[in-house]
Design a protein. Structure first.
Length: 382
């Protein structure tokens, strides 16, 4: 972990805040002015001046400045959710007749949103993490290359540098969902990507008590997203939620170190289980891009059971006690879920996902407790 990143995570700018050790919460919807002239001048620069919190707010600004510094981006805008960030990108940067190329396994709600956008004559294609396939799938009207790396569910890794080079050659804007790695373990902007987005709900918030999103990158693109997608879309991050995310950010380096230590032990354990057909985690991939672009591994992992029946999968998941059944990930608690539902094998196949797939979010309880819980579940299906 870079020492500079640790400092960005932990320091709070308290200038003018009476030396407060924790970020002040500016819990206000609006800001007042001494004169009407001051007010009208501020309105001309509402994306820079404090006028109305559906614009800028000091607590949210502090979070945005930290995230921009961590990602080595020019500018950041925070949103009320990760999907608020995604939808604002699409709303701001796409027009009718544009084409989007999605790379790797993509977060489900993002693909659902794309289905809606097809009603407005915006088309898309989905390709794997293979770089040659990316270039071969570019169309004359491709406006965005949208990647997720590591990808949802199967954790495959995209060569970000090569992807960015291909996009620049064709004058295409690049976007990556960088939630899995966080800015501490991966910095896509340094590899040539234009925009990096996060669900702040996950590792950055880190406590399963707040929802938020962020877009970081080139100032001109973020400003356009701010003007159209954010201010007109209305996905506002509240000052109190920004405070909670700032609190989570201060412990992010130590939490990620423990998530990584725990997941490596879980990988070793899963490799001993005869019931497991395959494990999905970047630590196991023979991909030269990983060493170039990833500084560490977070605790999201999937594995495939040899017995792919819904009954066996359900029995395994229901036998877990420490691992709670639920969506999302990145908090203290360990979680378990699966994309498999009763009778949806064909839908899984169409999405490129195997039956019998189980996803674990390895929390902070400790690898001994986590392995003990998994061992009990495996004993019910052996």
């Amino acid at each position: 972990m870079l020492q500079a990143d640790k400092k960005i995570c932990t320091d709070i700018d308290t200038e003018g805040c009476h030396g407060a050790a924790s970020a002040p919460i500016y819990q206000t919807s609006l800001f007042t002015f001494n004169t009407f002239r001051d007010f009208t001048e501020a309105q001309k620069k509402e994306r820079e001046r404090y006028v109305y919190t559906r614009g800028v707010n000091p607590t949210v600004n502090l979070l945005e400045n930290k995230l921009a510094a961590l990602e080595r981006g020019e500018q950041c805008k925070c949103f009320g959710s990760g999907m608020g960030a995604v939808s604002s990108i699409f709303l701001s940067l796409l027009n009718s007749n544009d084409h989007v190329l999605f790379v790797n396994n993509i977060y489900g709600p993002t693909t659902e949103l794309m289905e809606v956008l097809q009603n407005f004559n915006i088309s898309c294609d989905y390709v794997s993490h293979d770089v040659e396939q990316i270039e071969a799938s570019i169309q004359p009207n491709t406006k965005l290359i949208y990647a997720e790396s590591p990808g949802t569910m199967l954790m495959k890794v995209v060569d970000l540098k090569k992807t960015a080079e291909i996009a620049k050659k064709h004058n295409i804007t690049t976007v990556i969902d960088n939630t899995w790695s966080t800015p501490l373990f991966q910095k896509p902007l340094r590899l040539g990507f234009d925009l990096s987005l996060h669900s702040l709900t996950k590792y950055i918030g880190g406590h399963s008590d707040v929802i938020g999103g962020a877009v970081i990158g080139r100032a001109d693109l973020v400003d356009r997203i701010f003007k159209y997608g954010f201010q007109l879309g209305g996905s506002v991050l509240s000052p109190h939620d920004a405070f909670l995310i700032l609190r989570g950010l201060r412990t992010l380096p130590v939490r990620l170190a423990q998530h990584q230590a725990n997941v490596l032990k879980i990988i070793d354990y899963l490799q001993t289980k005869k019931a497991v057909k395959q494990i999905y985690h970047p630590k196991l991939w023979q991909n030269p891009a990983i060493a170039r672009q990833m500084l560490g591994y977070t605790g999201l992992i999937s594995f495939e059971l040899k017995d792919t029946s819904f009954e066996t999968l359900t029995k395994f998941i229901d036998s877990l006690v420490l691992f709670k059944i639920g969506v999302s990930w990145g908090g203290f608690e360990s979680l378990v879920t699966s994309p498999q539902k009763e009778g949806n094998e064909e839908q899984l196949k169409a999405a490129g996902l195997p039956s019998g797939l189980i996803r674990l979010s390895i929390g902070l309880e400790g690898d001994e407790l986590q392995i003990s819980d998994l061992e009990k579940a495996f004993s019910t299906i052996s």
